[in-house]
Design a binder for this molecule. Structure first.
Ligand SMILES: Nc1ncnc2c1ncn2[C@@H]1O[C@H](COP(=O)(O)OP(=O)(O)OP(=O)(O)O)[C@@H](O)[C@H]1O
Ligand SMILES: [Mg+2]
Length: 492
């Protein structure tokens, strides 16, 4: 392999890497680096736009209501690219989709914000100032409730979402909508060392007034297992207490009353207290060892304490006896089952709070307004290298692999197969095709991870520990047959 410095880059590849005469990782890296060194963050690859994260904010050279690119001249630049998409939507009367692809920390969310900003500045919007403020508040809430500090990114998006921007016949923005696909709610009870839980929890514990804390029965972050377990409490340069003021302002801007805000905060604190529920074993069954915590949670979320205890320490099994008869009975849970139920309860509650936040946002964004066209933007949690993968992490990385496959198909596979079909002389470009990884996860046979996990969960009896272990061992045997698994990790 030749060194980067040995490769000459012809002038023609300046803007579009498809013009590269000998595409190779070195040549591509050198071309992009050369542009980056001269403050050019953008490069085309056909109709894909490559954008580097400079970690510095550049002033947006956008003049209000003025498109600064002459029509049909689209240099590699985010705003030119978006302008092109916008014009295509209007002229061809076609809805548009923007997929942001890149690993965690690469700048997808920052880019989404800039796209929104550009579209807002360049399309007419009713009650402009008021509406722009509302949109900013919506983004703020999404960030506070859906983002967390990870090792790779202090403000990492931990949910997948489709933003829709709605336009009327004249091409003016008339509404927006956030479609949540999935939130990494397992972060509530588990995460890697050195990562934080969702931002909102730290804001509340650092920013609430003393009397508000007293009312909620809290004093500091250290008293909650869900916050202390990963050993990270702060983000450099971020003052959680000041951030809470901004969060409360965002709620106010969206017309959410103090009373509703307090109720939301009460539920969030209850979620933290759920993480403090302790169990002990009595005759192999789980019983609660800190009743006062249960009483406090019950008063915060207004549920009967006995129902809460029952739902944690008993499980209900129902079976269909005939078409109109169902038999149901309750059996005590083991210690391990009760702990898992506690964590599941907390993460489900958080998931529902997040859904409620999205409901508030969509109400404020005029999401049901009739519209003529739309631009959808897919922003999501980027790929993360994780030593020990949980189900949430597996699905996040799976989505990343699928999107990578989409780019591979569009940039390389389609063109190369077309050349072959038309018998055009062409030297195939070698590339890493991640199809094998996608198959490994999604194959509908025992070699596929999702299929194997589904099978092992089908029969409730298989939840019994020894049966579950034998299922996992079977899954490991099947996984080892897969080339990718064998190469990278023999020990599950
Ligand atoms: N164009 C930019 N200008 C300034 N800072 C940027 C820019 N793009 C990204 N950053 C900074 O880089 C960091 C990561 O960006 P961002 O959160 O957008 O990544 P992401 O791809 O959305 O990551 P994740 O998948 O973890 O959500 C942030 O701290 C952000 O402020
Ligand atoms: Mg993000």
């Amino acid at each position: 392999m030749s060194k980067i410095s040995e490769i000459e880059i012809p002038f023609t590849i300046k803007d579009d890497l498809l013009n590269l005469s000998k595409p190779s990782i070195n040549a591509i890296t050198k071309a992009i680096k050369k542009r980056f060194d001269s403050n050019n963050l953008h490069t085309y690859i056909g109709y894909y736009l490559v954008r580097l994260n400079s970690f510095q904010t550049f002033p947006l050279e956008i003049t209000k209501k003025t498109r600064f690119y002459p029509r049909r001249f689209y240099p590699p630049d985010l705003f030119a690219f978006i302008d092109k998409i916008y014009l295509e939507m209007i002229e061809k009367k076609q809805n548009q989709l923007i997929v942001l692809n890149g690993e965690s920390g690469s700048g997808k969310t920052q880019t989404t914000k800039e796209i929104m900003e550009f579209l807002l500045l360049n399309s007419l919007i009713e009650n402009e100032n008021q509406n722009i403020k509302k949109i900013q508040s919506c983004f703020k809430l999404l960030e506070v409730f859906g983002n967390a500090a990870t090792k790779q990114n202090p403000n990492s998006t931990r949910f997948e979402s489709f933003f829709e921007i709605h336009f009327n016949k004249k091409g003016n923005i008339c509404g927006m909508k956030v479609n949540k696909i999935f939130i990494e709610s397992s972060r509530i009870y588990t995460r890697k060392k050195g990562e934080r839980n969702f931002h909102i929890f730290y804001q509340l514990l650092r920013g609430l007034k003393i009397e508000e804390k007293e009312q909620l029965g809290v004093s500091s972050i250290d008293e909650f297992n869900f916050l202390t377990q990963s050993g990270r409490f702060s983000i450099e340069g971020v003052n959680d207490s000041h951030e809470l003021v901004k969060t409360q302002q965002a709620f106010n801007d969206l017309g959410i009353t103090q009373k509703t805000q307090s109720k939301i905060f009460q539920i969030l604190i209850a979620i933290l207290f759920i993480g403090n529920i302790q169990f002990e074993e009595e005759n192999e069954n789980a019983i609660i060892s800190n009743q006062t915590t249960i009483s406090w949670i019950s008063s915060l979320i207004k549920v009967d304490p006995n129902s809460l205890i029952n739902s944690l320490t008993f499980k209900t099994i129902s079976s269909e006896i005939s078409t109109d008869t169902i038999s149901a009975y309750s059996i005590p849970q083991t210690l391990n089952e009760a702990q898992k139920t506690r964590d599941a309860l907390a993460s489900e509650m958080y998931s529902r709070v997040f859904e409620y936040i999205i409901e508030i946002i969509n109400k404020n964004l005029n999401s049901n307004q009739d519209h003529e066209f739309e631009i959808k933007i897919l922003d999501y949690s980027g790929f993360q290298k994780i030593d020990k993968q949980d189900l949430n992490g597996l699905f996040t990385n799976y989505l990343n692999e699928k999107l990578q496959q989409l780019s591979t198909i569009n940039i390389l596979k389609k063109d190369q197969s077309q050349y072959q079909k038309e018998k055009i002389k062409w030297q195939n470009i070698p590339f890493n095709d991640n199809q094998i990884i996608c198959n490994f996860i999604e194959d509908q046979d025992p070699n596929g991870i999702i299929y194997s996990i589904n099978k092992s969960c089908e029969d409730p009896n298989k939840y019994e520990l020894d049966q579950l272990i034998s299922q996992i061992q079977k899954l490991q045997r099947n996984l080892r047959k897969n080339q990718i698994f064998t190469k990278n990790n023999q020990n599950l």
